[in-house]
Design a binder for this molecule. Structure first.
Ligand SMILES: [Zn+2]
Length: 345
């Protein structure tokens, strides 16, 4: 079975002059897919716009309408909280096709049309809350996909893994009291949005179903691999997901200007290999990723190529960028032990 990707040219039309979350990000990804020969190994899936019913599984109708109106009036920044986030003329349409594109990918994988899939969408989503957007995000694509899988597609348990360098605060808030969606998030501590402390573990019936790993600057491939092996894998085995969704952000790359982590593109390859192995073991290989951040354009572009190589089952990946000139901070056993104890492992 093959690997699919979702793409639509409208994802480039969500754009704002000088903003780091720019169309260039996806243009560079497109270029790298062509230059590396990766595109010819993948199947293109055409996205369907998300229906309002499915959008409202997660978002307040009033908030959705406000995005639509801002776009219709020519665009602008979100008001108040989230004023770093823009709505351009085509952003509403792009956001409907971004969340719709991820759901299209989930449906195709659940039908068995493809083994796994990666939605190369913009705008990103994991900072969008039910009733407001922030952090360059308008619609929470992964939350809409997880909620749609739960409500409409017969899935009872969804694991969301978020390796973007920023905490997926919107996703966390949407599922904080929901035991059917386990949210596992690794983020650099001390940067936007300021949440994602290890003590945030869910509430009510969802207590224990949110797992946060705040990270010190400088940790890289070694620490991420240990976290996937020693924390994520046993938690996933305990949870027994029927579908694994991934907020794939490439801003942990060492060259990224918004983060201070030291992950390489080879690191993204080995992390995705671990996700493929977990999904093979636990849920018939059902694994669907969605693009979140990543602002070092080459690190992002070849990180996406590396991810596809792992999704296709390649045994190795030649990282054209290579490691940082500075050494990464070694993995810290004591911290891993503390996290494991906190989560009953
Ligand atoms: Zn990010």
């Amino acid at each position: 079975m093959s690997t699919a990707y979702v793409y639509h040219p409208i994802y480039l039309e969500h754009d704002w002059p000088g903003h780091p979350e720019s169309r260039e990000r996806l243009e560079q990804v497109n270029q790298a897919l062509d230059d590396s020969g990766m595109r010819s190994r993948l199947r293109l899936l055409e996205p369907e716009p998300i229906t309002l019913d499915r959008l409202y599984h997660v978002h307040e109708p009033r908030y959705v309408e406000s995005i639509e109106q801002t776009a219709r009036h020519g665009g602008g920044g979100l008001k108040g909280r989230g004023d770093e986030t823009y709505v351009a003329l085509k952003s509403y349409e792009a956001a409907r096709l971004a969340s719709g594109g991820l759901v299209t990918a989930v449906e195709a994988v659940l039908r068995g049309d493809f083994k796994n899939a990666f939605a190369l969408v913009r705008p990103p989503g994991h900072h969008a809350f039910s009733e407001h957007g922030e952090g360059f995000c308008l619609i929470n694509n992964i939350a809409v996909a997880a909620a749609t899988a739960r409500h409409d597609l017969g899935i009872e348990r969804v694991l969301i893994v978020d390796f973007d360098v920023h905490h997926g605060n919107g996703t966390q808030s949407i599922f904080y009291d929901d035991p059917s969606v386990l949210f596992f998030s690794i983020q650099q501590w001390g940067i936007y949005p300021g949440t994602g402390h290890w003590s945030e573990t869910g509430a009510g019936k969802g207590a224990g179903y949110t797992v946060n790993v705040p990270m010190l600057p400088g940790w890289g491939d070694a620490m991420y691999a240990r976290l996937f092996d020693d924390l994520l894998a046993p938690i996933a085995r305990r949870f027994q997901p029927q579908l694994i969704l991934v907020s794939a952000g490439y801003d942990p790359h060492w060259s990224d200007r918004l983060g201070s982590m030291m992950v390489t593109d080879l690191g993204f390859f080995t992390l995705t290999r671990r996700l493929v192995a977990l999904s093979d073991e636990l849920c018939g290989g059902r694994l669907v990723l969605t693009l979140e951040g990543g602002y070092g354009l080459q690190g992002l572009a070849y990180g996406v190529v590396a991810t596809f190589a792992a999704l296709l089952g390649d045994a190795s990946f030649a990282d054209p960028i290579g490691p940082s000139p500075h050494p990464e901070r070694p993995a810290e056993e004591e911290y891993l032990d503390q996290l494991r104890a906190l989560h009953g492992l």
